[in-house]
Design a protein around this ligand. Structure first.
Ligand code: OGA
Ligand code: NI
Length: 349
């Protein structure tokens, strides 16, 4: 008989079971089909060298970024300016956090998605029917001084190291936002100026080894509801991106980040940039850690297609809305329904 999930967190349930509990098992038509996955290379998921952004080749790098946003929705970046030691440090902190005793981790537990710092499991335990093979710690991290006091203090260097990492990733995002604005033919600061006070969230995703990875997901197919995501993954594969109707594995390349366009960028660019379906699968042998930074508008920001991208041939695809309305819809619908963008289209689109 399959075991019953009696623990709040998957990490504490997953060790010592040799079958997946029933509530994690997907219906047969909705399983990952792991034997059919293609591996990506630099030609399927572009790898862009950001070195040139501040030199004479800026235009060329901007062209590559524009093409990646508009055709692929996903790309990888190298020479991004975030030191390797900082990346290793944040991965180690995450690993140490998820290895803390259950009682210590549970101090941060909450199943309320509106909390700005919380440890939880799956996606939204209150609304979903099937659970996902993941625990996650989610933190708001901009402005840092508003949120840092809520963060865990164990491991002892958590706040310092994570704070420094968040600041560096934010600088990187701001550079990318300028490049994407330019690539769309907008003023360099157009996107940044239309996000209200800005927001930045981060997740530390922990995917324990899974005895039957073919039956379940770490995260099922979804698009990211924020503006742009900078994903750091450790050296264990697990991320899949949907390309031309097929799932492609984006296997880790050392010292790179994965960047993906979120729903808000698709709206602001009036459908030029693509927010693409992706998912995470798990494996029998190794735990996997991924650390996405979700850069977003602040809750009160009004999001709408850029006026400069609307004309007779390209009417506005989306209506204006408050970002917080989108955010709540996303968390309350559940990932199963995949894409929330359709609910914010204009009547004629
Ligand atoms: C996410 C996500 C992918 C991964 O957290 O939104 O898509 O590889 N994560 O963990
Ligand atoms: Ni995602």
């Amino acid at each position: 008989m399959a075991p019953v999930a009696t623990k709040l967190l998957l990490t504490d349930l997953a060790s010592g079971i040799d079958r997946v509990p029933n509530n994690y098992i997907r219906p047969e038509a909705d399983r990952p089909n792991l034997t059919e996955i293609e591996a990506s290379d630099a030609s399927t998921i572009p790898l862009i060298d950001l070195q040139g952004l501040s030199g004479p080749n800026r235009d060329d790098v901007i062209r590559q970024i524009g093409q990646a946003c508009q055709q692929d929705g996903f790309f990888q970046i190298k020479n991004h300016g975030i030191p390797e030691e900082m990346v290793q440090a944040i991965l180690n902190i995450a690993r140490e956090f998820f290895r803390l005793p259950e009682s210590e981790r549970l101090k941060s537990y909450s199943d309320d998605p509106s909390k700005s710092t919380r440890l939880s499991t799956s996606f939204n335990v209150k609304t979903e029917k099937v659970s996902n093979w993941r625990d996650f710690l989610r933190l708001h991290c901009y402005p840092l001084e508003e949120y840092m006091h809520e963060w865990p203090t164990n491991p002892p260097s958590f706040r310092k190291e994570v704070g420094e990492y968040c600041t560096r990733v934010r600088d990187l995002v701001l550079k990318l936002l300028e490049a994407i604005s330019e690539s769309l033919g907008l003023d360099r600061d157009y996107i940044s100026n239309n996000l209200g006070k800005h927001g930045q969230h981060m997740a530390m995703n922990y995917y324990p080894p899974c005895p039957q990875p073919e039956l379940t997901y770490g995260l099922p197919a979804h698009t990211d509801q924020n503006l742009i995501t900078i994903l750091l993954q450790d050296d264990v594969p697990g991320l899949h991106v949907l390309r031309n109707g097929k799932w492609v594995a984006v296997n880790p390349i050392p010292n790179t980040f994965i960047v993906n366009i979120g729903d808000q960028m698709q709206v602001i660019s009036n459908d030029k940039c693509k927010s693409i379906l992706h998912r995470a699968v798990v494996n029998c042998d190794r735990e996997r850690i991924s650390i996405p930074t979700f850069y977003c508008p602040s809750p009160e920001a009004i999001i709408e297609p850029a006026l400069g991208l609307i004309d007779r041939e390209h009417p506005a695809v989306y209506r204006s809305f408050k970002y917080e309305d989108y955010y709540h819809k996303f968390w309350n619908r559940g990932l199963e329904t995949e894409c929330c963008l359709d609910m914010f289209k204009t009547l004629s689109a």
